[in-house]
Ligand binder design. Sequence first.
Ligand code: PRP
Ligand code: URA
Length: 208
Amino acid sequence: MGEFFVSNHPLIQNKMAMLRNKNTCTKEFKEIISEVAMLLCYEATRHIELVPAKVETPIAEADVNVINRGFAIVPILRAGMGMLDGLLTLMPTAKVGFIGLYRDPETLNPVDYYCKLPPDVSERDIIIVDPMLATGGSAVEGISVVKRAGCKRVKLVCLIAAPEGVKAVQQAHPDVDIYVAHVDDCLNDHGYIVPGLGDAGDRLFGTK
Ligand code: PRP
Ligand code: URA
């Protein structure tokens, strides 16, 4: 089974309190999502392999450790876009792919509408980002899309998860590592996370 990591970092928890607050405006919501995404990226990359190397400092040769793997960050549209800049701040050389999915409001099943992945995506480690892991349908489908493209090493980074969503991803993709800021109580009758933060896409893009 892949790693399942829930961050108890005080900076993340404090920022989550601001995100959940219904009075937080779109501008602040956008900024804070990006900051939490950056902090979660730090947690999610803790176990990346390093390889030994040598560099010349101004004084002498130094033994160092470097990352020599390629990464692709894949936001699930739309709300995943809110997390992208935060991850790129820490991993500026990562390539970016996009998966467009929306949740059918009646069935709650994910509907695919867009996919654009880097040509060499199968050689890269993938970090899929989406703030909300509710039923898990969108994340399961997003992971399936990158696996069908040949990706073997996949991580999922979300802000808030419902227990149902975590279970769904673990059942469908037991090899995938999941990193979240918090696991909430349950889903309501409309598939929204309780207490959650509402509709992440609408709050990010001011569509409600
Ligand atoms: C939200 C969210 C996830 C999905 C989670 O997207 O960003 O992608 O719902 O729900 P699930 O785990 O039950 O699949 P939404 O479908 O609202 O689209 P949007 O980001 O375009 O608003
Ligand atoms: N999508 C959201 O944006 N919020 C939820 O609570 C569930 C799905």
